[in-house]
Write a protein that binds this ligand. Structure first.
Ligand SMILES: [Zn+2]
Length: 440
């Protein structure tokens, strides 16, 4: 047989093999056909009976329970996490895959961890963070080095000078076992869906009616990045991206309302908001413009300046791709279960309708950079960039994401921490918004 024919045969075998497999009557294909595309759901895990103290999703009346300390014990057969609280609360721990995490949910608490413990980095726990997830829910998210199984939480009543201690053990397990058990419990997931639905209903109620819109008030949705358990970047001076974004957003909202705009914010306090909910808020309000506020970090501490991103159709440059990866991480950081079609960071395809929206976004970005260059440093090379950012994907709302400066640069971080700079930047952004809507 000539070599060329042989190669052709091998090649066609490689191409055809998956198609032949799919055509087979294997159990999975049968199941898919029987359930007409939707796989039967696994039976929900039983909801544990609530113990004494507040349950998840509630903000207790009176002072919040205080988390006083946390300890990580790395033993040969397990990793033990001990959380000490002032009052008994109901906790739920569960694992999430891709990336592997353990999430511990509890009712709203006040975190007073003086010196939070650091894991060695070599055991099961890679890193962890904690903070508010949603009104009524506080959360701890643990990033894992290896698959684990999560024990039920054991509550030890106060003794020997300790408060209430909650003990959670993480045992090494196999990948298949971890994957089989991963996923947020059905009742907690339902609570999340309900909370998002409620937020959308409230947003819809607040949106001006058609006659009011026709009267000409433009609607701006401001989106302070990160929040709650997701701090974003932390500056060389300790300034947290989530706090800077919120502070700038609140000032900008006040300036814009003063100029006659209707302004809505995706968050007005230090709480986490999932990426797709931010997009949903912009769409529900039928916003004329959506502005996400962030600050960047760079390995090179001399990098400075403001930059503005619009949505790209996936062909981001290297820097754009790296930024999108960082900013799209927010849901992962906050322990959102992204399995089962919940992932807002799916590949982005821009259609013709959205092309017009992207053009409007681009026009605003260009104007805003011109105006902002009068009050702050602008990124030296190409300050207007595009990237596949999940928060910019509303097809009908012109959207930009501003990286106000670099928290990794000492002088940027210092000026971003001043009220003078924040006010000047807010006025400049408002001028650019005026420009966007006064011109044709
Ligand atoms: Zn950010």
């Amino acid at each position: 047989m000539p070599l060329r024919v042989l190669l052709l045969l091998i090649l066609s075998a490689i191409v055809l093999a998956p198609a032949m497999l799919m055509a087979q009557d294997d159990p999975i294909s049968r199941l898919m056909r029987q359930s007409q595309g939707s796989l039967p759901a696994a039976p929900p895990k039983p909801v544990p009976a609530p113990g004494p103290g507040p349950v998840i999703g509630t903000k207790p009346k009176g002072p919040l329970p205080i988390v006083m300390s946390a300890r990580i014990g790395e033993h040969d057969d397990r990793t033990r996490l001990v959380i000490e609280l002032s009052d008994p609360v109901n906790l739920r721990a569960f694992a999430l895959a891709n990336p592997d995490r353990v999430v511990i949910d509890m009712p709203e608490v006040s975190w007073r961890l003086g010196a939070p413990p650091r894991p060695s980095g070599f055991g099961a726990i890679k890193s962890y963070r904690y903070g508010q997830f949603r009104a009524g829910t506080s959360r701890m998210v643990i990033d894992l080095n290896q698959p684990v199984s999560v024990s039920d939480s054991l509550v030890i009543p106060p003794s020997a000078g300790f408060g209430y201690r909650v003990v959670i053990d993480l045992f090494p397990t196999t990948r298949p076992k971890f994957d089989a058990n991963a996923g947020s419990p059905a009742d907690l997931r339902k609570r999340e869906t309900d909370a998002e639905r409620l937020a959308a209903m409230i947003a819809a109620q607040q949106t001006p009616t058609a006659p009011a819109r026709a009267a000409g008030k433009k609607i701006i949705v401001l989106d302070p990045g990160h929040g709650g358990i997701d701090s974003g970047t932390v500056g060389v001076n300790g300034l947290m991206e989530k706090d800077l974004a919120l502070a700038e957003g609140l000032i900008l909202a006040r300036v814009l309302r003063g100029r006659g705009y209707t302004v809505f914010m995706t968050r007005e306090n230090d709480t986490f908001v999932p990426l797709r909910q931010r997009v949903a808020i912009a769409r529900t309000h039928k916003a004329d413009l959506f502005i996400a506020l962030h600050a960047d970090a760079h390995p090179d501490p001399s990098t400075t300046g403001l930059s503005i991103y619009t949505l790209s159709d996936g062909r981001s440059d290297r820097e754009g791709a790296a930024l999108a990866k960082r900013e799209n991480q927010s849901d992962v950081i906050a322990g959102v279960d992204l399995s089962g079609g919940n992932n807002p960071v799916a590949p982005i395809l821009i259609d013709l309708v959205q092309r017009d929206t992207v053009n409007k976004s681009t026009r605003f970005a260009t104007q805003a950079i011109a105006r902002l260059s009068q009050v702050t440093d602008i990124l030296a090379r190409r300050p207007h960039r595009s990237a596949s950012l999940a928060v910019l994907t509303a097809p009908d709302v012109p959207s930009v994401l501003m990286e106000l400066g670099y928290l990794s640069n000492a002088s940027d971080a210092r000026q971003m921490n001043t009220l003078k700079w924040r006010n000047e930047v807010a006025e400049a952004i408002a001028d650019a918004i005026d420009g966007q809507f006064s011109a044709k």
